[in-house]
Design a binder for this molecule. Sequence first.
Ligand code: NDP
Length: 507
Amino acid sequence: MAVTIDSPATNLRQRGSAGGSSSKANGTTKLKSNAQKIANGESQALLKVNAVPTEHGQEMDKKLDQHQDYEFGGPAGVIAMMVGFPALMYYLWICLWFYQGSLVHPKSIDDIVPFLQRMGQHIYEDAYPTKFACVTYLGLTAIQIFFAFVMPGVTLNGLPVPSMGYKTLPYHCNALLSWYATIVLAAVLHKTGIYRLPWIVENYGPIMTVALITSFSVSIIIDLCSRLFNYGGGPIRMSGNVIYDHFMGISLNPRLGPVDLKMFAEVRVPWVLLILISVSGAVKQYEELGRVTGNMAHMVLATGLYMNACAKGEQMIPQTWDMFHEKFGWMLIFWNMAGVPFTYCYPVIYMVRAPASTYDFPILGQIAMFTTLILCYWIFDSAMAQKSAFKMQQQGEYIPRKSFPQVPWSVVENPTYIQTKHGNKLLTSGWWAYARKPNYAADWIQSVTWGLTGGFNTPITMFYPIFFLVVLVHRCGRDFAKCARKYGDDWDEYCKVVRWKFIPGIY
Ligand code: NDP
């Protein structure tokens, strides 16, 4: 039974300022003062309020931890993705690398077999998993694991895990120093000639193949260990279909000693590799053209900001949906270890292979692009920070950090919220007063600027924004369905209060 101070079991809803509402419910004075403490991040008492949900909330959580419906088109849909994504990645790479972004295809029925042979030839000759590619990808991953073990950082508890009896797991957040150490190491290796940065982009095909093989291998190993040895908390939410469960994952929290593998895979592999690919492209361009184009500089800044945001805000990641709800299966493993770094960088690959005249924007275009990026980055960063701080304050886990850059409005003073019968609170102020997914909208607009850096000569460079839009709309649907099950009519009320999904007045 949850210890409650502000009686969520009686479905008391707190709206208006958390510190100054005029609620008429009994115990309002106590509620006000405790809520004020939440807002200030200084309440230990409130830890007990939200650390464990109400009995009703626990019932809802139990239901959520059972398999309900097939997602992603069920077994057939996930098989199509597991075969289709790697094939698509090879195809788009071939188009960018050898045909300047043209979507090549067979010229006639008779050309189908020769076309496939040509594609296979490209992969065999230019994407073979060479020793150099293995050293690059596996070496980088090993260095990141080493940093994850040894670098100083802050340790905090994640959200209570229902399937573990609401135990919390500690997360040692040291991605920021690991990221700084990676920058220094990359600069030293480049300067000394031991590992020159342009080699990454020059070996894009072989490194991608190593990433694909590694991601499939890791997902199989984690799957088997989870099923056979209850690794990572053991099987949960199982459908019984082997392939579908492999795609969605078996267990929730696989760990290597103190390192949470899911959080490691989300931050240290994809975004580190992505910024290194961008910098690699920029250095190569500088060495060949004698300058770095504005569009290439945009990609370096954009991927750098994203990497830095993941590292400096690592303590917010345990509160995201991926961490507390998604299992560590093929979907997360493949996408983080291979999909993100080797598809989101398409504009860089195009810019490395094509003449600058086919993509570089005039100065006004550059200004518009950089301004949009910075503005949307700020909204994305502060929106994520507001919700995360709100959740951490309720848990008594809020630790203000000074990591650079701290953007304005990262914490909402005196937040308003809806108190659910589950026990959790839904934030209704800050950016979260305007839309239910303000972070998705800002994140997506950033991705549009990334895609546009490749100009208008090929649709391939827009892969990230197009794919990401589909991901976010689908993800949003899944998340809202989950929240509707979890919060019932409180969710309906929240949707009335915060009417828009992504952008107020539009969607
Ligand atoms: P959210 O940050 O929107 O988290 C969703 C969860 O937050 C919900 O399930 C709910 O969980 C809780 N929640 C929702 N609304 C509120 C509220 N008003 N107050 C309090 N809690 C609330 O999304 P994600 O975790 O999906 O994504 C995090 C970020 O990662 C996003 O910015 C997204 O764009 C980014 N992302 C980027 C990807 C990429 O490839 N670039 C891929 C995927 C995500 P609860 O059960 O606790 O209530």
